[in-house]
Ligand binder design. Sequence first.
Ligand code: NAD
Length: 437
Amino acid sequence: MKKVNVCVVGTGYVGLVTGACLAHVGHRVVCVDSDIRKIDALKAGKIPIYEPGLEKVVAGAVRRKKLFFCKSIAEGMFHQGHTAQVAFIAVGTPPRSDGSADLSFIENVAREIAHSLREYTVVVEKSTVPVETGEWIVKTVNRFNKKNIPFDVASNPEFLREGSAVSDFLKPDRVVVGTNSNRAAQLLKELYAPFKCPILLTDIKSSELIKHASNSFLAAKISFINAVSALCERTGANVEDVAKGMGLDKRIGASFLRAGIGFGGFCFPKDLEAFYWISRQKGYDFSMLRAVKEVNEDQKLWVVRRAEEELWNLGGKTVAMLGLAFKPDTDDMRFAPSIDIAKALIERGARVKAYDPVSMANAKSLMPGVQLCKNAYECLADADCLAIITEWPQFAKLDYKKVAGLMRHAFILDGRNLLSPKDMRDLGFTYRSVGRP
Ligand code: NAD
């Protein structure tokens, strides 16, 4: 295997996992971040995010002197005598108020990489970006590449999921490489040679579109089954059986057909918006994407609607939310449905208590007015309603007999279909779940 010198700019969920996993398979990787606290923590052996398995991979690669951390792009591009052959841009592309992606972080990094070029380098967009961003990166690097060092730009979208990021990166379904240069394609093929998966080579624009189209399609699957669940609730059908029956058809597939209280996180909501925005910008009204968003926004209010159906006015009532992260096995609360749900409950006068196994630190600033509790039982004491927001497996293992005794009103809204309706009703709970009788 040929070893490649890599610089990864941005050590968030994507950059840190990318850097650590490439170092794990033998490449020499320097991870750079402008957040000095993150780099100091990483140098001290601490992982700034919660991601199962990441600590071990980072520690192993650091020990074998394959993985390094530094604070400046210049140092990352030329580190201890090694010049980066591949420079990944893995910084955030957050949504602007009009739904478009804010690409200023990408531009800043492209400019700094251009200043630091010493020999031929492939500049890779790893961040999720709208189609044609590659062209802007080429222009930016050209403008600031005063010594005319040869370079190419490639798109290499990332498909990892938070919560299983390390195994997703090490065992991907496919790697997509978009580039118009044979030299860049060759180098990136060498970089990904240790990964036993198909490598799809495309032009840059197609690769950029693959990422937005994939995330929007997965979001559409979730909204579709959520819309079906609404019909199940009105007819007495069971959405789990419907999803099973659909998913057994290989053309449909079983994944992303779990009804619940909507999707969130740093990817689906913002990528859906950005994809819609860029489509309109190019003169096409991709209205299907609007419907996917509308169903999701409405679905997030499922808890509020069902709570009012059972408790009438929510003023003076206490709702205990179990789970705050947008999904289990992550501490990421960016665009988590829990935030909108808590806000809507508080607006209706409810008192909201909450507990999450790993997101409490992130929740502090994002959930004003919510009482954060030390554990699930403290959260449930004297509650009128238990709302399951994130399907952490430990919530399925609570002592529900004890829970029934602790609550003022034995009422469960299972927003993730985590529990058995029969078991809960046998214990005396009033129990509602999404699309199940
Ligand atoms: P993040 O916010 O966790 O990390 C971004 C990092 O970049 C931060 O640590 C920030 O300090 C750093 N940064 C910003 N400007 C910088 C600069 N000029 N120099 C050095 N560092 C800088 O974001 P993330 O979740 O890792 O997402 C990064 C990109 O990857 C986004 O475009 C996202 O859409 C995409 N993506 C994310 C996921 C996911 O599951 N989180 C999956 C696939 C793709």
